[in-house]
Ligand binder design. Sequence first.
Ligand SMILES: *Cc1c(COP(=O)(O)O)cnc(C)c1O
Length: 380
Amino acid sequence: MTPDDLSPATLAVAAGRPERQQGAPVNAPIVLSSTYVSQGEVGAGEKFYARAGTETWEPFEQVLGALEGAAHPAVLFGSGMAAIAAAMSLVPAGGLLVVPRHAYQVTLGYAADLAERYGVRVTAVEIADTDAVVAALPGADLLWVESPTNPMLEVADLPALVAAAHAAGVPVAVDNTFATPLGQRPLAHGADLVVHSVTKHLAGHTDVVLGAAVTDDAALRARLVAYRTLHGSIAGPFEAWLALRGVRTLALRVERQQANALELARRLESHPDVVEVRHPGLPSDPGHERATRLMTGYGSIVGLRPVGGAAGADAVVAALALWLPATSLGGVESSLERRRRYATESPTVPEDLLRLSVGIEDVEDLWRDLDQALRGARGR
Ligand SMILES: *Cc1c(COP(=O)(O)O)cnc(C)c1O
């Protein structure tokens, strides 16, 4: 059996293990050492200083590389934003970066910082509108894709965007945090680079902040590693180990989270105290046809607009007992927040939009809590 015959659910469990030798451990140890015994010339791949490379990163990098179907292991970073900064270093000073207008708000903040400091020109596009994206491509140095987007859950036509970008000589990076490699493998659609906030579903237990980048291109991977070493945007060994521990159960968690999310989205759609529900798994959702065609799962994020505007949405959050009022997503526990509570969130995101991250709890408990909060917020 080669990794090519194994399904992602199996790879999450089987990849990144120590070699099978009599008496060998089944799990890789955590190595706590900032430096390595070393003298003379340092050979390729040889360990000498832990900012440049440490074995505790490698099992997770192997698992994520395998999950994304990549030719090489992933490159682990100290956060999703560190991985995104490394990926955006593909855009030179004065270059052109095309981004989704509803990308993760800190990604857009970083693009704005590049514009201010290095004269990078940033074009924000509606990523689900393929013609608009294609029109923005001439002269671009990088097309940034999120699909589904955070928090609007718009679904991009990834193969069409990659084909158009490559025809225009533009590399494509995909933030695959929402979909996870179980929902889509952007490299298989031809993307040049995939980034993740490992903090979210991959680690899955709301106890670490980590990021990663994955590519099939050895030269690009070497460039990302060099960026990580120069910027020192590295993961701690304990966090890397927690992510490895977490990713072993990725398939089980995501399967349950997605099933819960779809069931809740369906029920919310007909709730009298709800204005709108967004989830790619709903046949009524604008992204449904594309997600069904291109993805192998609809994800576990739901967009919910309760009645009563921003105040109504805040009242729902305050009335919940089980759902956790918190940012972040992809953990085992269900959580939610009103995105426009941040002044930095895009003004085109509705003020009353709650982003729900659905966890692995019993769906009936999640529903009862949501239902009572929605009813209570309306004063019934
Ligand atoms: C959270 C998130 C990030 C940032 O990752 P951190 O690990 O918080 O730095 C990037 N992209 C998306 C889609 C996210 O949800």
